[in-house]
Ligand binder design. Structure first.
Ligand SMILES: Cc1ncc(COP(=O)(O)O)c(C=O)c1O
Length: 380
């Protein structure tokens, strides 16, 4: 159809055309498998055992007959790990944010959302029908200004933020968010997709990193798909919150439960994070090393000590050209562009991972150092 052709042409012209790239055979420097757990022998063994005994799919949604001991064990393990009373599994992080936020806020309520929150939060805010105010990234004075102007006009209030921002690698200041929630009678919803297994000495996330305690008004969402190396997601909070979500979160109610074998593998991965907290510390070292290496090579990166290292390119088309050149060298670094980041803020998202050897890291830095000058122009 003509309009489809036109639309695709426009995307290509603006440098916003998207393609899936087969990663097979490439050196992947942008995956979220930060702790190298997705193929850990113990994770695979546990998962394979359950695959044989329980089969591939769960067979139904959790409220019909898809909820098994493997799901329950993983929920309990996650609650223990995050230090919260209870956790609930969801099919993915995207579904968890849609389901939980839509259940917690509706017409007459208000959401305050950081401008760089993940797309699933943006979509959840829209779908919730609650009034949404977007505050400037990490600008809590702006948030306070919005709260003082608008909070009083609405019934329930939620402040929503990524804990570790997926495209910036920076971190929300959890103590300030808590203080504002207490002052303005709001719930705090933290998306810990990237913080889980990464932030805090033991990888338990934002509360641990800031030495903060959990309070009843705090809801923590997280994914199994990043540092835990699996697939799926969870929302943790009070017993009542979880009971409420079982009754109200449509993406939990109307969607098939995770495969039991995935749950078993993820439970083992969380156990490994708990037992071997050196992984979390090592990841931090590797994150600094890679970032410093890129900086020394004259590339524009900001080092935060987290495994998300955006290499700024700004122009969308140039980001695509660099990605293509890297592919020719056997390296996969995705070009992140609008709408994942604002227009004119394109980047290559390098991630640190325990998967990489020293040689891998030098290969990455040396290859980027040898970028042809016409491609480097905007990188430096
Ligand atoms: C901050 C954040 N929230 C939610 C998600 C969605 O998680 P999932 O990939 O499990 O759907 C992602 C990942 O892409 C993310 O980065």
């Amino acid at each position: 159809m003509e309009w489809l052709r036109q639309e695709l042409k426009r995307l290509e012209f603006e440098g916003l055309y998207r393609q899936r790239i087969l990663r097979d055979g490439l050196k992947d420097f942008c995956s979220n498998d930060y702790l190298a757990l997705r193929d850990h022998p113990q994770v695979l063994e546990e998962s394979a055992l359950v695959l044989r005994s329980s089969g591939l799919g769960s067979g139904a949604s959790p409220l019909v007959s898809g909820y098994t001991l493997h799901h329950k064990r993983l929920e309990e393990k996650l609650a223990e790990f995050k230090g919260l009373p209870r956790c609930l599994l969801f099919g993915s992080g995207y579904m968890a944010n849609l389901g939980a936020l839509q259940a917690l806020a509706g017409e007459g309520d208000v959401l305050f959302s950081d401008e760089l929150n993940h797309a699933s939060i943006v979509d959840a805010c829209r779908l919730s029908r609650a009034k949404t105010f977007v505050f400037r990234h990490l600008d809590y004075l702006h948030l306070q200004e919005l709260l003082s102007l608008h909070r009083k006009d609405y019934r329930r209030c939620l402040i929503v933020s990524d804990t570790l921002f997926s495209m910036e690698g920076d971190v929300a200041h959890v103590p300030t968010l808590k203080r504002l929630c207490e002052e303005y009678d709001c719930m705090l919803y933290l998306d810990e997709a990237h913080a889980t297994g990464v932030l805090g000495a033991e990888g338990r996330g934002g509360l641990e990193a800031f030495g903060e305690s959990w309070q009843e008004y705090i809801v923590l969402m997280g994914t199994l798909s990043k540092a835990i190396g699996s697939y799926g997601a969870f929302v943790c909070g009070s017993q009542e919150l979880c009971e409420y979500l079982v009754n109200k979160a449509r993406s939990l109610i109307f969607s098939t439960a995770l495969p039991p074998a995935v749950c078993a593998g993820a439970t083992k991965a969380v156990e490994l994070i708990q037992r071997e907290s050196w992984r979390v510390q090592k990841l931090r070292e590797v994150s600094w090393q890679i970032c410093q290496g890129l900086k020394d090579a004259g590339l524009e990166v900001s080092c935060t000590g987290t495994p998300i290292i955006p290499l700024m390119v700004y122009q969308e088309k140039r980001a695509v050209r660099i990605r293509e050149w890297l592919l020719e060298q056997g390296i996969l670094l995705q070009a992140i562009r609008y709408p994942a980041v604002p227009k004119g803020r394109a980047r290559l998202r390098v991630t640190a991972s325990l998967r990489y050897s020293r040689e891998d890291m030098s290969l990455l830095v040396e290859t980027l150092k040898s970028l042809p000058s016409h491609l480097r122009k905007n990188v430096v």
